[in-house]
Design a protein around this ligand. Structure first.
Ligand code: SAH
Length: 213
């Protein structure tokens, strides 16, 4: 697949922009400099791929804004071999960034069309998540729990209990919480029953939908 010097140059510019916007984690910036974001969009949209913007993909969904992907990835403090569950595979861009950071990634998507498309696409760019799952992320993915981290990439009206239950002790949940706009929220599991919550700024995501919506 075509990834040439021009694309690489555009990515380095994007990385500089993200650094200027406050993303300081070098591993995250390095991952973004490596993942060919233009290949996640249709060819006609090449010029948009390296702008710091969300962009429409199939099934009325969006590929998250690079700043948002970087911000969420930074909050996770991904360690090599960390077991991570992502809710909302979408285009697979965030999935690819997590894989590049060395995580063992499980990712759930509720739109069949996107699930299929992304399952076929990721191996083509050499990205191999441990498992892509077609299903409802509100339930997490119990058969592989507990996880070092869980990352929700759609706006959640509330924090689903099942996700809290599927965290390891000292595990982290990064979840944007809210209806129209969301507050980026980091929850750390301190003990079996105790959780610590820290809130960050406002973001805007497509909604985390329930089965019938
Ligand atoms: N991480 C993606 C972001 C895609 S937007 C990327 O980098 O491209 C959010 C995604 O969450 C959409 O694909 C949407 O279909 C999915 N989604 C919404 N509700 C969901 C649910 N309940 N379970 C799983 N996925 C869901």
């Amino acid at each position: 697949m075509n990834d040439n010097f021009r694309h690489q140059g555009l990515r380095l510019k994007l990385v500089e922009l993200l650094r200027n916007k406050g993303i300081a984690n070098d591993k995250v910036l390095m991952a973004i400099s490596k993942i060919p974001r233009h290949l996640f969009l249709d060819k006609a949209f090449l010029d948009f791929a390296y702008q710091d913007k969300a962009f429409p993909i199939a099934a009325s969904q969006t590929i998250s804004q690079p700043y948002t992907v970087a911000f969420q990835s930074q909050l996770l403090e991904v360690k090599k071999e960390a077991k991570i569950l992502e809710i909302g595979t979408g285009s697979g861009y965030q999935t690819a960034v997590l894989c590049e950071l060395g995580a063992i990634v499980y990712s759930i998507e509720r739109q069949k069309e996107l699930f299929k498309k992304t399952s076929l696409f990721l191996p083509k760019i050499g990205c191999y998540p441990k498992k892509l799952i077609f299903g409802d992320g509100y339930n997490g993915y119990k058969s592989e729990a507990p996880y070092d981290s869980i990352l929700v990439t759609a706006g959640a009206p509330f924090i689903p209990k099942s996700l809290l239950n599927q965290l390891k002790i000292s595990g982290k949940l990064v979840i944007p919480v809210g209806e129209k706009t969301q507050i980026m929220t980091l929850i750390t599991r301190i003990s079996e029953k105790k959780f610590k919550k820290i809130e960050f700024g406002e973001f805007k995501f497509v909604p985390l939908l329930k089965e019938k919506n």
